[in-house]
Design a protein. Structure first.
Length: 379
């Protein structure tokens, strides 16, 4: 096996594939990167059994400057191989596998030799036999993941909550994530999927890695779903993830349908105020801030108090405040994550009771995006 390639183009493909490679896997060969060279181009594969990523460098890709001398395949230790490629001196590198899987990497006057493994022992990628293909705009899929993955649980005690629940039916995609303290729900229209019917749970970690790989200019990304795997096609790169098994909790009933008090904020201004209030709450033992709404005098005040350090009080600017007076305490980190997901817009925050979950929605679109936060009991 022998080829020469542009190092920058190769590193970009290598970085994508490395997202799937873990040093903690119980299958030793999966700490490696698989390279397969054919007449049509070079395929790089990485996997940790949960996520598998495959990317292709075509022989006719001018940017890659791929020159194929001898086809073949090999598995190399991903971490050390990546470090070598990053440090090579010239813009091109030559890669050659000789006897006993010895692999020589040369660039300019630098030459490395590392030991490889037989690629025939590398596990086969999942086979997705589903013919139905759903298509998304790249930027919309990236936004949907960013807005929901923040609420995914990191606790393995309830594995099902470490995933994002996707329901696709009647031309609409509903995405929900919750860690039982907060919830994020986003809906998007999929007119072409009018007859599709899926109910799946994709690990949050998988979607987080996928979002990092979606290029800004990505026009269309296709999705195919099988019994226990999902495949995203990004053009030159394919991304596989296992699905989580089990039934996701019924989250619809958690979202309040009515509100006793509601207030409208500019998301960016409110976020800045929460960040100031949390400066002191982070220093204390209890990471909590308090919001006090007084409708009769049209006043909104936020308080942060840390007995060990000090306290902060700030009167907030808002657009509209209606309903009953309320005092509510919450984790400011949850609020910051929620507000960042809205970007530069106006948000409506709706409350029922001091110890009942409250919601945040974009003021101009109550139907398609909602964040929910559970308050903290402080007495």
């Amino acid at each position: 096996m022998k080829f020469t390639v542009n190092r920058t183009a190769f590193l970009k493909s290598l970085a994508d594939v490395q997202r799937a490679i873990s040093t903690k896997t119980t299958i030793p060969i999966l700490t490696g990167l698989k390279l397969k060279l054919e007449a049509r181009g070079l395929t790089l594969t990485g996997s940790d059994a949960d996520i598998s990523i495959e990317t292709f460098i075509a022989a006719d890709d001018d940017n890659a400057e791929l020159q194929i001398e001898q086809p073949g395949q090999i598995v190399l230790a991903a971490r050390i191989f990546s470090e070598i490629v990053k440090k090579l001196p010239e813009k091109t590198m030559t890669f050659e596998v000789t006897e006993n899987y010895q692999t020589e990497i040369t660039s300019g006057s630098a030459s490395f030799t590392i030991k490889g493994l037989d690629a025939d022992n590398y596990p086969r990628l999942p086979e997705i036999d589903a013919e139905e293909k759903l298509e998304f705009k790249g930027d919309l899929l990236k936004q949907l993941i960013g807005q929901t993955v923040i609420a995914v649980s990191t606790q393995e005690s309830r594995p099902i909550l470490t995933g994002i629940h996707l329901v696709i039916k009647e031309g609409e995609l509903l995405a929900v994530a919750t860690d039982s303290h907060r919830l994020s729900q986003r809906k998007i229209a999929l007119p072409a999927a009018q007859n599709a019917n899926y109910d799946i749970i994709i690990p949050g970690r998988s979607l987080n890695e996928l979002a990092k790989m979606i290029p800004e200019e990505a026009d269309k990304i296709s999705l195919r779903i099988s019994e226990n795997q999902v495949l995203f096609d990004l053009g030159k790169t394919t991304f596989y993830s296992r699905l989580l098994e089990g039934n996701y909790p019924d989250t619809e009933r958690l979202i309040p349908k009515t509100a006793e008090t509601s207030i409208e904020f500019n998301a960016v201004d409110f976020l800045a105020a929460i960040e100031r209030a949390s400066l002191l709450s982070h220093e204390g033992q209890n990471n909590v801030v308090k919001l006090v709404l007084e409708t009769a005098v049209q006043k909104a005040t936020i308080y942060g108090n840390s007995p060990e350090v000090g306290n902060v009080e700030e009167e907030l600017h808002f657009q509209n405040l209606t309903g009953n007076d309320i005092e509510i305490s919450f984790n400011p980190d949850y609020m910051k994550d929620a507000l960042r997901s809205f970007g530069q817009t106006t948000v409506t925050v709706a409350f029922t009771l001091p110890l009942r979950p409250f919601t945040l929605v974009p003021s101009e679109d109550h139907e398609h995006f909602v964040q929910l936060i559970t308050p903290v009991r402080t007495f």
